[in-house]
Design a protein around this ligand. Structure first.
Ligand SMILES: [Zn+2]
Length: 267
């Protein structure tokens, strides 16, 4: 890796590359879809300077005033991350007042990069997590095929039914994703309304949020764990869709078996 990358950032940059590559392999990151952010304040102690760009935040976020984030750049293709992640990310800094952000590309050769257009939503989630004292430091958005597909089923407009289907189809979905997926109805991608609905879900305790017809956003201590959260639920969604497609009577875990799981692994 070129020496221009701050050494403390090398492990998290490598993790960004690994996770982005996995998302591409899974078919969840078509074109430039998907974005990742991670709080790196403890790794980068020096304020950003060199040629930075900035803008006002739509909503002031005093909970993350002065903090720094590694963020995937807008238009970056996850299929290209494994070979050179350093020129596809930005370092973002929130102002001391919490009302403004500024950013730099990570390496000199990638000047002019801008962070993902979903950054305001990411930062809103980071602010809630910080205010809640959460251990989560990473936020990940991707397009998991089976979860996005199952969200089209009319019965899955009801989040209780959605999660019942996921949990009854694979017992470890309940173990690894005990909170299931919070469901946000379809809203315009990138809109303030989508950001606000997602923030509400996080404030209410969700760690994985399914945007109906679109994809997922999850938070976790690190990007790999955020991917795990979505992956486990997507596997269950795939099995639900396969059971439905099989056209045979379909059973899954019954109420007593689900109750046993809830008793042992519930929230
Ligand atoms: Zn998306």
């Amino acid at each position: 890796m070129p020496g221009t990358i701050p050494r403390p950032l090398e492990p998290i940059l490598r993790e960004f590359a690994d996770v982005a590559g996995c998302l591409w392999d899974l078919g969840w990151a078509e074109a430039s879809a998907g974005n990742i952010s991670a709080d790196v304040t403890s790794l980068i102690k020096v304020p950003l300077t060199r040629g930075r760009t900035g803008q006002e935040l739509p909503v002031p976020l005093p909970a993350i005033a002065g903090r720094r984030y590694l963020v995937t750049a807008t238009g970056s293709r996850f299929r290209d991350f494994r070979s050179s992640p350093e020129d596809k990310v930005c370092l973002v800094e929130v102002s001391a007042g919490g009302n403004r952000i500024s950013w730099n590309s990570l390496v000199f050769t990638a000047r002019g990069l801008n962070p993902t257009s979903e950054l305001p939503s990411h930062l809103e989630i980071h602010a809630i997590l910080r205010a809640l004292g959460s251990a989560s430091r990473a936020v990940l958005h991707t397009h998991p095929t089976h979860l996005a597909t199952i969200s089209h089923l009319r019965r899955c407009a009801d989040p209780d039914e959605l999660n019942r289907l996921l949990w009854m189809t694979h017992p470890e979905a309940k173990i690894f994703a005990p909170r299931g997926a919070a469901l946000v109805p379809y809203l315009l991608p990138g809109s303030n309304e989508l950001g606000a609905a997602t923030a509400r879900a996080v404030r209410n305790g969700a760690d994985t949020i399914l945007w109906r017809y679109h994809g997922c956003i999850a938070h976790a201590p690190d990007p790999s764990t955020a991917l795990d959260r979505i992956h486990v639920l997507d596997k269950a969604a795939k099995m639900v869709l396969m059971c439905l497609a099989a056209g045979e009577p379909w059973e899954g875990l019954d109420a007593a078996e689900l109750a046993e799981l809830f008793a042992k692994f519930g929230k």
